[in-house]
Design a protein around this ligand. Structure first.
Ligand code: HEM
Length: 396
């Protein structure tokens, strides 16, 4: 095992149909807990590459903590939060993602999906990222948060530009600042609005937080804004990536597309496999709370680490034939939604959005295929920013 720090830049699969990352594979094999000096985006951290190790870290939230990561000035719980605060904030939000509630919400998300899919079907050709993957998740999120769904395009633009934080291109820093300031202003305005005009806390997540208790007192208003700000990015960004990668994968793999159209009951398993194969959240940070050993490496209190979900999801120790996308793979324990106390609270909603979009797209087409080379997002190299598609509809 190498003990030298490594500098590495990402070489993720350029599209969901091409080769997987060479570098992740090499590190996972040769130096599974590598000390990274600089990856072009983050500096000076331990990179945890294997499925087993990622799970071991996620199972110990008292040793590997999240509180040190208030990256955007104000903390954004429940993500940037540890116990005992963390479960209390989660409890206020959990009802909005409960199975029964999402079941009742499904006709709404299906209608939103159809309103986006129908114009694309009518024109027979177009950019499926612009038509479906980018608008659907922010529209769903804003609906759940009782904000105007027409705000989706502005929210999407801001949240995409908020990935420009470390870009060295001229003008990008200013775009990042404008986006970050605007998302905070939007979150704070929504909180102010609910303070002035409280809604039913059973129907409105922001009101639920404002009237909810954390440590026996009302939740701090700054943190309510932080949580709202968290949802304005986490609540749609990765779902957009997943809707895009699923459509892209099926456009490029006609046999799998035919299978899902013939047997829509396979769609949920296919979504899980594409989530594993083209992991939307590449990695997430943790801070080491006390000196600890991990796979023979001595980690010190205060060290930063990044858990590479994208690498864990391709670990041959955890998955047979990990670099093949097998849409009916059994028992896939992927970590695309994380695991443990911080496991994605929105996972059931994200699964519903992707499933509903695919169900409607497959049911209304005889076939769809790529009409050009997809352009990938620079911030999530696994997901398309532009996805040219040609569609043959049932009644043509
Ligand atoms: C396919 C889509 C999505 C993916 C791949 C995804 C991925 C993740 C991952 C990996 C984490 C864990 C982070 C960590 O352990 O550090 C997470 C947490 C979180 N996600 Fe998602 N997410 C998705 C959709 C959503 C949606 C739709 C929402 C809300 C509407 C959401 C809200 C959150 C929140 C609030 C957390 C923090 C939970 C906590 O710390 O307790 N996500 N997500």
């Amino acid at each position: 095992m190498s003990s030298d720090p490594v500098d590495f830049t990402f070489e993720f699969n350029k599209t969901v149909t091409e080769e997987p990352s060479i570098q992740l594979e090499r590190l996972r094999r040769e130096c599974p807990v590598a000390h990274v000096r600089d990856d072009g985006r983050f500096r000076n951290y331990w990179a945890v590459m294997r499925h087993d190790d990622v799970m071991q870290v996620l199972r110990q939230p008292d040793v590997f903590v999240n509180n040190g990561h208030d990256r955007l000035r104000t903390r954004r719980p429940p993500l940037e939060s540890d116990p005992p605060e963390h479960p209390q904030v989660r409890k206020l939000l959990q009802p909005f993602f409960a199975a029964k509630r999402l079941e009742a919400f499904e006709p709404v998300s299906r209608r939103l999906a159809l309103d986006l899919i129908e114009p694309l079907l009518a024109s027979g050709e177009g950019d499926a990222a612009a038509a479906i993957a980018r608008p659907l998740p922010p529209q769903v999120l804003l609906t759940i948060f009782n904000q105007p769904k027409e705000d989706w395009a502005t929210i999407k633009r801001w949240s995409e530009n908020s990935f420009l934080e470390r870009s060295t291109e001229p003008g990008d820093k200013a775009l990042f600042k404008e986006a970050d300031d605007s998302l905070w202003a939007y979150a704070r305005a929504a909180v102010e609005d609910r303070k002035r005009k409280p809604r039913d806390p059973n129907e409105d997540p922001i009101t639920a937080m404002l009237v909810g208790q954390v440590d026996g007192a009302p939740m701090n208003e700054d943190l309510v804004a932080g949580t709202t700000r968290l949802f304005l990015a986490a609540g749609h960004d990765s779902t957009t990536s997943t809707v895009g990668t699923c459509i892209q994968y099926l456009a490029a793999n006609q046999e799998d597309q035919r299978r899902l159209r013939a047997d829509p009951a396979l769609i949920p398993a296919a979504v899980e496999e594409i989530l594993r194969f083209a992991t939307p959240v590449l990695s997430m940070p943790r801070t080491v709370a006390r000196d600890v050993e991990l796979r023979g490496r001595q980690l010190k209190a205060g060290d930063t680490m990044r858990l590479f979900f994208a690498s864990a999801n391709r670990d041959p120790e955890a998955f047979d034939d990990p670099d093949t996308c097998i849409i009916d793979r059994q028992r896939a324990r992927h970590v695309s939604f994380g695991f443990g106390i911080h496991m994605c609270i929105g996972a059931p909603l994200a699964r519903q959005e992707v499933r509903v979009a695919l169900e409607e797209l497959l049911a209304r087409t005889e076939r769809f295929e790529l009409a050009g080379k997809p352009e990938m997002q620079f911030w999530h190299p696994n997901a398309p920013l532009k996805l040219p598609l040609r569609l043959v509809t049932k009644n043509r």
